[in-house]
Write a protein that binds this ligand. Sequence first.
Ligand SMILES: [Zn+2]
Length: 878
Amino acid sequence: MCRRDADATGANLDIAKGREVLPKNVKPLHYHLTLEPNLETFEYEGKVVIDLDVVEDTTSISLNTIDLDIKSSEVHSGSKLITSSPKLSYDENTQTTTVSFDDTIPAGHKATLTQTFKGTLNANMAGFYRSSYKGEDGSDKYIATTQMEPTDARRAFPCFDEPALKAEFTITLIADKKLTCLSNMDVANEKDAHNGKKAVTFNKSPLMSTYLLAFIVGELNMIETDAFRLPVRVFATPDKDIEHGRFSLELAAKTLDFYETKFNSKFPLPKMDMVAIPDFSAGAMENWGLVTYRVVDLLFDEKTSSASTKQRVAEVVQHELAHQWFGNLVTMDFWDGLWLNEGFATWMSWYSCNEFYPEWKVWQGYVTDNLQSALALDSLRSSHPIEVPVKRADEINQIFDAISYSKGSCVLRMVSKYLGEETFMEGVRRYLKKHAFGNTQTNDLWAALSDASGKDVEKIMDIWTKNVGFPVVSVTEDAKNNSVHVKQNRFLRTADVKPEEDKVLYPVFLGLRSADGVDEELTLDGRERSFKVKDLDFYKINADHSGIYRTSYSPERLQKLGEAAKKGLLTVEDRAGMIADAGALAASGYQKTSGVLSLLQGFDTEPEFVVWDELTARIASVRAAWVFQDDKVKDALKAFQRDLVAKKSHELGWDFKESDGHIEQQFKSLLFSSAALSGDEKTKAAALEMFEKFKNGDRSAIHPNLRGGVYAVALQNGGEAEYDAILDEYRTAKVADERNTALRSIGRARQPELIKRTLAMALSKEVKDQDIYLPLGGLRSHKEGILALWDWVKVNWDTIYKKLPPGLSMLGSVVSLCTSSFTSEKQIQEIDAFFKERSTKGFDQSLAQSFDAIRAKDGWLKRDAEDVEAWLKANKYL
Ligand SMILES: [Zn+2]
């Protein structure tokens, strides 16, 4: 396919330049792969037979391998043996093995490469790896499983490990007869193999990319449904209650049916299996027909889990199933197109949630959730464009971030609003039909959407995907002429935009809300423009916040908008989005923080959960930036939070009834925790009473929706006894979700001895590597913990680095958890000095983002520390 002319839309980024890819002299057609894992020695034997099209005259074949011991190689062309003793060379840098031979295979011929090899079932959650669980007798038991995305299929077997090199696969697994063997396809036949084992061969797959392959061998329980036209099953290891997969199983069947209709495209595989894996680095992986999940993201107990857990599971299941079409059937041609996969699956999961659970009002949550995480990361200088050039394997893991997922999905939400959801879906249907079993680039989606809508989608959207950042739209008014003036500039959280960083002009959909409704047509194409409004008394920009930008109003206008909110003139999305904008703009110097605090104060009678979610998030971000400030000021901010939330929390109460809706449950939980943690006596006493009963053995004393909040209050007000009780819950609870809540909480304890124990836990055998971030996260809630985290990283760096190799994105997460809570330039220098002497490969971007975030807080404090203090005094908190 021909690339779009790079200059056609003013974008100057050639993302294909510099890609490190395999030579194009041969093309894989079919793999027959046989693997025999040994769950005792953690080794496996493998054999791969790859049928190739010879595209150019060929004397060598290069393919990807890593950490594989190749035992033998043979090359055939037709029935002719070309070589059985080729020269093998390995390039560590590109993770490529080259098989060279003397005879030339001419272009246009076929060839077959056969290799036998030995590999290790590693403990690093990448490639073909081992995952452990406890047997009934307490012993360690293992399954063998895979995680190939992005570039670890090469760790499992020699292959052409690029998304565009699609081929068909026939997989055979050899294992003990009592073990379950799974792969992407259904079983073709099962035969006796050597040593009393069985050889399970799966049917040939359709054309697919290597990163979507999966195979699992182990002892697994299963439940099944026939609610979809094809079998849908959920699997888990025997230590789990398989019935906890019932919700996901039924939702998957409904979702597959819904997607088939919506996409007008039949799911092309013969079955859908979903498996809970005890050790899993990501949340879930969309392997075609064999989706793998972190246990908590697939299994949960409706009786003991919170409303937010249920929503998370629903979102993850629907996200992975959306990938079965978007990503698996139609695949990006290289990793710079990752956003297309992830942005779409994220958007689609919410679209689907909205279909099945309209009462969850997920599009409201989208404004406070996805939009905010996108805008937060993209306000850093160290962010990256949605379409980002990636050359090498070790750069790829770093782009599985809020830009690809959240900003990607926001861009799609924006275009779906612009075209209308039905037209957008028609475009998606055309895109899937045209490119089924193939590979695409971003402009192929724009072309399909243009085709369906008659509008030039590429012209508008290219600017959004090819550039880093987003604008802030400043609004001024001319009362005499009844006109509004808008101007766009690049928004940076550090508020230090240089002229050369402010050149991109975005097509901004202004979405003007006035008393007459919303004007969707109004756009800002250039730097600035003025337009008339009928009545300056009430208007607002970015109705429902489907546009990707912040809006900066004058303090007077912001106050008027606060009043309009009270009068019911603004939607929930408008109110939440407006608070988010005001908070972010204050943090970066566009407005005074005192103005935002006054705005928040005015929302004390707000009736909606989503708005409160944003209100409390904004107070939390002020308190986080002020964490190293004087205790008196910190206490005053805490008192302000208490004043704002306590009344509403008392009004809602903290008893849960059968009749409570999904949102109401989360609403009660949010305000109860926020009030009790900010020292409100009534909620605090209630929390401590619940905990006391729980400590004395009454496990039902704390409602699942309150569990995290009550643990936090108990640790804030208690000591070792409370800590031990929560730790015991982590050690003994049956459901993964309950254990996680406990582990996530212990970091809240701030006594030096307890902090030490939390940090020791993180590296102990008791915490799986996949969960290391859980105990660390809680430590970020207090000054003592933030300081201890950094000391811990310095002392244990070599251990951490070994435990979480840089190829896994988890190392970056740990670095960011342990550094980004700091707030001063001096602290940046200290961190920088430490990492200067070490390799930052695989997490350099996380580190740069931490520095930007700290720098932004440093600037914020310098600008507004006095302003905040004055406001707190004026409002009698200080
Ligand atoms: Zn995904």
